[in-house]
Unconditional design. Structure first.
Length: 305
């Protein structure tokens, strides 16, 4: 018979790791399962300077600190990709790589993942110049030219990070102004080695063995030009990681998990935290906050049942 945990947390990003701290400090037995690497999106973030208490900290460093903290009060951690959640005799039975885990409550904290462009060359040159992670791959492009696609916070933040490594960053954005926070925009405009290609979208990533150019189409003139580059970093938005939970009936039309203010879904004992939840602001601090709320709600659910 498998061990019955009080709480199983799916995903070890800031939401899952904070839920782990709160649940284990409340003396619940907790298992946190992660399919890739703990830290979640923070592992692919250069500098974080808006998480309270840290004026500036690298994403990987904050991941490590949170992970060590999450285990301090007894949370167990294991790697595993949860592909199914079933309700059997009032318990949640989770499946990961043909192994089963059993719990009284579940917290879904599976976050989001980067959207792809879906243009020719993107798959072909994946890891040969196409990247979704400046922290992971930026160093390969030292003193070279890279294109960043996008104009939101992530695109501009990561363009700034890359600008300290590479010779030149060219931001290609579909609008005539950035969407990123003003402080990031000001920094980007002040950088001599960041250039902009406005009102343009990428249509093809070209190369031979590796990327050597990105073809972009101007949305006003329809003219297509090649922007020479050794690498292309794509930041055009995120998708919720919920494809494994589609049969549960808890997702909105965009695939985000719907929950009440206690972060409980319509399935009793199934809670949600972080970017995967239907909400407005997706940041480390809001993910952590969700983790605390979901864990406390799981605690109350167990107390009352
Ligand atoms: C490039 C970039 C820069 C950013 N910069 C900042 C910033 O400066 N400041 C800020 O506050 N925020 C920033 N963010 C946003 C921030 O990283 C996210 O809001 C935060 O990480 C969300 O945390 P989370 O725990 O909800 O999800 P995630 O961090 O996405 O973690 C979810 C985890 O769940 C795992 N998982 C998914 N599905 C399963 C499954 N079925 N089974 C097991 N495990 C699973 C994933 O592998 C992942 O590790 C940035 C994001 C990006 C991409």
């Amino acid at each position: 018979m498998e061990k019955i945990y009080d709480v199983i947390i799916i995903g070890a990003g800031p939401a899952g790791m904070t839920a782990a701290i709160y649940a284990s400090r409340a003396n619940l037995s907790v298992l946190m399962l992660e399919k890739k690497f703990y830290g979640g999106q923070m592992q692919s973030t250069g500098e974080i300077e808006n998480y309270t208490g840290y004026e500036e900290i690298s994403g990987p460093e904050l991941s490590e600190k949170m992970f060590q903290h999450s285990k301090k009060f007894g949370t167990e951690f294991a790697f595993g990709h949860i592909t199914d959640i079933k309700e059997i005799d009032g318990l949640k039975v989770l499946t990961a790589n043909s192994k089963e885990y059993v719990a009284k409550t579940v917290i879904i904290a599976t976050g989001t993942e980067a959207k792809s462009l879906g243009i020719p060359g993107e798959d072909k040159f994946s890891s040969k110049g196409v990247s979704y992670c400046a922290v992971c791959d930026g160093a390969f492009f030292r003193n070279r030219k890279v294109v960043v696609i996008g104009g939101g916070d992530s695109a501009v933040e990561e363009a700034l990070y890359l600008s300290n490594l590479v010779e030149k960053v060219i931001i290609v954005h579909r609008r005539d102004e950035l969407r990123a926070q003003k402080i990031l925009q000001d920094r980007a405009f002040a950088k001599e080695n960041i250039e902009f290609v406005w009102e343009s979208v990428p249509v093809e990533i070209k190369g031979d063995m590796k990327v050597n150019a990105v073809s972009v189409r101007n949305l006003n003139t329809n003219e297509i030009t090649d922007v020479e580059a050794d690498g292309v970093f794509i930041y055009i938005g995120m998708n919720p990681q919920t494809s494994d939970f589609q049969n549960l009936g808890i997702l909105d039309e965009n695939g985000y998990v719907i929950a009440d203010e206690h972060l409980e879904t319509k399935l009793p004992g199934v809670f949600v935290a972080g970017d995967v939840r239907q909400k407005e602001i997706r940041q480390v601090v809001t993910a952590a906050s969700d983790g605390a709320i979901a864990a406390q709600s799981a605690y109350k659910y167990i107390e009352l049942s």
